[in-house]
Ligand binder design. Structure first.
Ligand SMILES: C[S@@+](CC[C@H](N)C(=O)[O-])C[C@H]1O[C@@H](n2cnc3c(N)ncnc32)[C@H](O)[C@@H]1O
Length: 371
């Protein structure tokens, strides 16, 4: 089977977590740059990555890289790529992308030049004058940075944060991929007792259970490249079986969630059922003032309300004070809190043992860890 270079974008700050995931699943030449990780492997690895990665946003095949300072160079560079290896004569191949710090900065112009070059290449290869584009979508993505062009093909389709278990959400849910990265940084494992006293729609609890039981994050969904003729169905079937075989139903993982809002509790329970891990989580309607643990050891991972989005900042800071009282330093327990508030530690009442910069969407946050 051929080897390819792949690129997986991720949240800023999670590159090392994603690199670790990739190495553990057999990826080679894993290399992290800002907000993405590149790696090499065969198509089995592509399917494995889509099915299992918890912190990647998508998996793209890199078709080529070249320098372009003019539209002619862009056109020639794209026309030289072996697009027909993946794109069939009836397939749809829309183009999108972005450019930064480059001479070619007009996105619509780049889009249309790349499309024209792709059409020229495929016309030559298939000997046809017109493409109906009624087949499976092969989304072409371009990234131009400092005049270096990367042409990629999106194998995932819908973003990988769409696991298939969350149809509904509360007001400010954390993205599944970011939640999974935080759980990794907080060292949630197969025997962890995980607590989230601001559980909202239950993302940390569910992602924690999927991780603890080693359930592939994408087992309940489909991927764009599953309908591509160029990839044998057996590749996906084998990787699916491999993923299912690695599930550890004997893991001791358990999660305890609570939230002051009864609607959130109901939703979190519903989502846990959809994710197939409801027997591993207990969710109660409870104010942070009544937070208590029921195990000898545990890891608390949570994103409390942010002033900007849910309550005003004063109310949010009062909650941080309550958290400081509830999350007492004691053997066997650690706490990880994500917050955009620069004043979090002062209100919580203690300096964190570690601080890590993370982005929740466009919002600059920090992960405060107390060990
Ligand atoms: C930022 S959201 C958490 C989102 C959650 N991580 C998710 O993925 O859906 C904060 C949650 O804190 C809850 N909350 C607000 N005040 C609370 C309090 N005093 N005690 C417990 N929960 C509270 C809200 O109902 C909301 O669901």
């Amino acid at each position: 089977m051929n080897y390819y270079t792949f690129v997986a974008p991720c949240h800023f700050g999670l590159e090392s977590v994603l690199s670790g995931e990739l190495k553990r699943m057999g990826a080679e030449n894993v290399s992290a740059i800002d907000g993405r990780v590149s790696f090499t492997g065969d198509l089995h690895l592509m399917a494995r990555a889509n099915l299992n990665l918890r912190t990647a946003e998508r998996v793209l095949i890199q078709l080529g890289e070249f320098e372009a300072k003019s539209f002619t160079q862009l056109f020639d560079g794209v026309r030289a790529l072996p697009l027909e290896e993946f794109i069939g004569r009836r397939d749809a191949f829309p183009v999108k992308g972005h450019s930064a710090k480059s001479q070619l900065h007009s996105i619509p112009d780049c889009q249309s030049i790349i499309k024209k070059a792709a059409v020229e290449r495929l016309k030559e290869k298939y000997g046809v004058g017109w493409f109906e584009e009624t087949g499976p979508v092969h989304q072409i993505q371009f990234m131009i940075l400092k005049d270096q062009v990367s042409i990629l093909l999106d194998t995932s389709g819908a973003g990988l944060h769409k696991r298939g278990y969350r149809r509904n959400s509360t007001e400010a849910p954390i993205k599944e991929t970011l939640a999974a990265g935080i759980l990794d940084l907080a060292r949630v494992r197969r025997d962890t007792a995980l607590y989230d006293p601001f559980c909202g729609s239950g993302t940390f609890l569910i992602e924690g259970a999927l991780k603890g039981l080693n359930i592939p994050a994408g087992i309940a969904r489909k991927f764009a490249a599953q309908s591509w003729d160029s990839i044998p169905a057996a590749v996906w079937a084998e990787e699916r079986t491999r993923g299912l075989d690695l599930i550890r139903r004997d893991a001791k993982f358990a999660a305890y969630g609570s939230d002051i809002d009864p609607a959130a509790v109901e939703l979190a329970l519903e989502n846990a059922h959809k994710a197939g891990i409801a027997q591993r989580v207990r969710i109660r309607c409870r104010d942070i003032r009544e937070f208590r643990t029921v195990t000898d050891t545990g890891i608390v991972v949570t994103n409390p309300p942010y002033g900007e989005r849910l309550l005003d900042q004063k109310a949010a800071r009062e909650i941080y004070r309550l958290m400081g009282r509830a999350f007492t330093p004691r053997d066997g327990f650690s706490y990880a809190v994500i917050s955009p508030d620069e004043e979090f530690e002062r209100n919580f009442g203690r300096r964190a043992s570690k601080r890590r910069k993370l982005y929740n969407g466009m919002m600059k946050c920090q992960l405060f860890t107390y060990e």
